[in-house]
Design a protein around this ligand. Sequence first.
Ligand code: PEP
Length: 248
Amino acid sequence: MRKPFIAGNWKMYKTTAEAKAFARAFTKLYNSSDVQTAICAPYTQLETLIEAFKGTDIKIGAQNMHFAEEGAFTGEISAKMLKEIGVDYCIIGHSERRQYFGETDETVNLKLRKAFSADIIPILCVGESLEERDGGKAFDVVKNQLASGLKEITKEQASSLVIAYEPVWAIGTGRNATPEQADEMCGFIRDTIEELYDDVVSDQTIIQYGGSVKPANATDIMNMPEIDGALVGGASLIPEDFIEIVNF
Ligand code: PEP
């Protein structure tokens, strides 16, 4: 049985003071539940949040990492550094990183391999652009992203993988995919995982939808059979909104 998984993606928002204020407010609202909750925060807020949520079942994730063990990579952060401070998850291949920072399916694959070897659970983001959807290519694009991203990832590793289906046209735009569109693609992702591995792995894989998830649409999205969770950008910055999504 897959546990619902709601993760916030704070992107480049919140200072330390703001993160502490969020944690104080969110802790008051939060009751641990059957839903796994995580917040993927900027690097400088990771330890602050780990400390603030100690004793709760809220997990902390990063939003990116380098694929090398260590080295002369100015400005980068390694998986080992994240693990050392208690980070459990890392978003990998978010469309903003693919679009603005040259992330490719190859670097996504290298990062996935490194995350697994460092015992960090990757949240692998896949999704098509509007042009690709309108051109009838959405399923091919997502299938290719999965096949290249998961190259040489073993069955054992893949069974703890989280995949976030995030159509690029729905991120930060206020225009979300319909629950049916999201469910259709999440089902297709599960079928693809079964093709790449087997039905045991595909049954275990947590597949989230991401793209303008808000308190008003969270229940409809989460009630879809193939959708196990949500990756939430803007609405995860506001404790009162994020708690409503967690308590869908
Ligand atoms: C995201 O950043 O992954 C995201 C889905 O953002 P938003 O919820 O703001 O569309």
